[in-house]
Design a protein around this ligand. Sequence first.
Ligand SMILES: O=C(O)c1cc(=O)[nH]c(=O)n1[C@@H]1O[C@H](COP(=O)(O)O)[C@@H](O)[C@H]1O
Length: 297
Amino acid sequence: MENRRWVEIVEENIQRFGDLVVGIDPFLPDIPHVLRQAGDAESWISGYVDFILDTVEGSVGFVKFQSAYFESHGLVGLAALSAGMKRAKAAGMGVILDAKRGDIGATAAAYARAYLAPGSEGGSGDFEADCLTINPLMGPDSLDPFVECANRFGKGLFVLCRTSNPGAGWLQDKMAGNRLISDRVADLIGALSSPETGSLSPFGAVIGATVPQEGRRLRQLLPRSIILAPGLGAQGGDAASIHSLRGNRSGDLLVPVSRGLTRIEDRDVSLERYRAVIQERVDQFKAAIVYDYHMTA
Ligand SMILES: O=C(O)c1cc(=O)[nH]c(=O)n1[C@@H]1O[C@H](COP(=O)(O)O)[C@@H](O)[C@H]1O
């Protein structure tokens, strides 16, 4: 189970649980008081991660840990991240680490070891993910070490292509030569997969669920890539935008939702009620993004 390649994890887990990804972005002001009070000042973070995993295990096939929210809590946060990633993997969930890394080749190789190499193969294994988000701004050579490591260990990558944030178009929608920058990134992602394999590529793109027009265009350039489409819920993306990102087969889209699943207005809510709210939202998001390929075939 634990040694499945990223593409296998995606195909199998989507088949069983659908394409929703639970985003774990622990932010103290957004969580119920009952979860903040556990133990010392910082230990809420590991209790929170355990609570979310307890709540969604068996109904969702993927989890995306946002590294920044853990890093901002120092060593306690990193310990919670490591433990959460290991627990989710052991439960058979696909684990995406959202760290958006990118640097010169030698440093990128160190990042790749940190997040993609097993403990026995040059990494510490503390933060070994199934899939990592990476930033292509520094050019193709900065992606190579990630690609090499991913190929070696059966991991996946999501390369930022057209992000969901309001300022994304400032650079990503500009022309570079005769191509849009986001199109050039899509070309680069497409070229990372070997042409002889007909199946899904482990090298996917991040395309926001907030930009359906751009999404539709970019999907044409990436027929074999898995797209990670954040932006549903708190950022205002909707199911129609999600459908514009679907390719012509199931299994090529993952939809992460963080605040839309876990942020709660009533901070005095009981643990039982909070759990029920998250489970209801999981069902609602799954129902909203489900798509019947047979109906459109
Ligand atoms: O790579 C990402 O996951 C990502 C890319 C992007 O374009 N937009 C984006 O929101 N994200 C991440 O997706 C999550 C979105 O959070 P919510 O808006 O709360 O669902 C955060 O962890 C972001 O860092």
